[in-house]
Write a protein that binds this ligand. Structure first.
Ligand SMILES: Nc1ncnc2c1ncn2[C@@H]1O[C@H](COP(=O)(O)OP(=O)(O)OP(=O)(O)O)[C@@H](O)[C@H]1O
Ligand SMILES: [Mg+2]
Length: 294
């Protein structure tokens, strides 16, 4: 990121252990306003663990975490939220049977009336929901529509709009596009771009390079709990990202193995043809002289 700017969030040499499992070792990263940082890595690389540290679910064992330049120690997700760090998990914590606007305000319902007449302010909720969604370029036909009837991409978009409305400065998205089709994924990617344009720092976790590359400003690649470092888009190609994610040596090993397979396939094919010939040869006398065996 731009070095003159204080990052919205920064971790310095963070480590996290689960018993003797090293989930994260010596990870550093920083995200500034209006930047999209893609956190990439294969299964088990430590992506979820890292965002759980950032969002107050786990506490780090070593290193420092800073929000806008000040060291923080989160003990709960609420701490992180109060510092403007919102996380949208893949399962989204939405209630499918409730309306879009109800879900938008879930946990922070606006009310109207007083005493025993207090009730959920449907009008206000509908208006704000519609307004906030349209700021993100999302037009929902009916905010009274049940969330369960929205497509996966629309649901993600509602969750993103909600986090921004409630004051997120940093938006962490854990695999928001992994369950989506190409078109839906591109919708979500567009909202990520919108969030960036509004000055939010976005941490986008994915193991799909094709989703990450077009949208990312920076890429941090994790491999078995360690970081290969952070790369600005100008300094790294899509292919290099893929190679690092898989672990360079492993890809090489794989291509060696595939060559081996190809070689043994060829040998096998050769053997099979040979066998075929032999069988044909063996069958021939039987055809030409059927009485041979009798
Ligand atoms: N609560 C836990 N207790 C013990 N080990 C854990 C715990 N959470 C994660 N781990 C281990 O830490 C490592 C990193 O896991 P993590 O879930 O962060 O990976 P990930 O990059 O999110 O993978 P995926 O792409 O599969 O979601 C793994 O080896 C995992 O088994
Ligand atoms: Mg994960």
């Amino acid at each position: 990121m731009n070095n003159n700017q204080t990052p919205l969030i920064e971790v310095q040499s963070i480590s996290k252990y689960f018993g003797n499992v090293i989930a994260l070792e010596d990870i550093s990263l920083r995200v500034g306003a209006g930047e999209v940082m893609c956190l990439l890595g294969d299964n088990g690389a430590g992506k979820s663990t890292l965002i759980k540290v950032l969002s107050g679910v786990h506490q780090h064992d070593k290193g420092h975490m800073l929000v806008e330049g000040k060291e923080v120690h989160f003990t709960s997700p609420r701490d992180a939220l109060e510092h403007g760090i919102a996380t949208v998990y893949q399962d989204l914590a939405m209630i499918p049977l409730m309306s879009v606007s109800r879900n938008f305000f879930l946990g922070s319902e606006p009310t109207t009336g007083w005493g025993p007449f207090r009730r959920f302010d449907v009008e206000l909720a509908d208006r704000v929901t519609r307004q906030e969604l349209s700021k993100m370029g999302i037009e929902i036909r009916d905010t009274a529509q049940a969330v369960g009837t929205l497509s996966g991409g629309e649901r993600q978009s509602v969750a993103i709009a909600r986090a921004i409305y409630f004051g997120a400065k940093v938006l962490i998205l854990d695999e928001p596009t992994s369950a989506l089709g190409v078109k839906e994924a591109s919708v979500v990617l567009r909202y990520i771009a919108q969030a960036r344009a509004r000055g939010i720092g976005v941490i986008f976790i994915t193991h799909n390079v094709h989703h990450a590359y077009p949208i990312g400003d920076y890429f941090t690649i994790l491999n078995r709990g360690r970081s290969y470092g952070t790369f600005a888009k100008a300094d790294v190609t899509r292919e290099e990202v893929v190679a690092m994610m898989a672990g360079g040596e492993e890809l090489q090993e794989l291509s060696h193995e595939l060559e081996e397979f190809a070689r043994s396939d060829k040998a096998l094919a050769g053997k099979l043809t040979e066998m075929g010939h032999e069988l044909e040869d063996a069958a021939q006398p039987a055809v030409t002289s059927p009485k041979h065996d009798e």
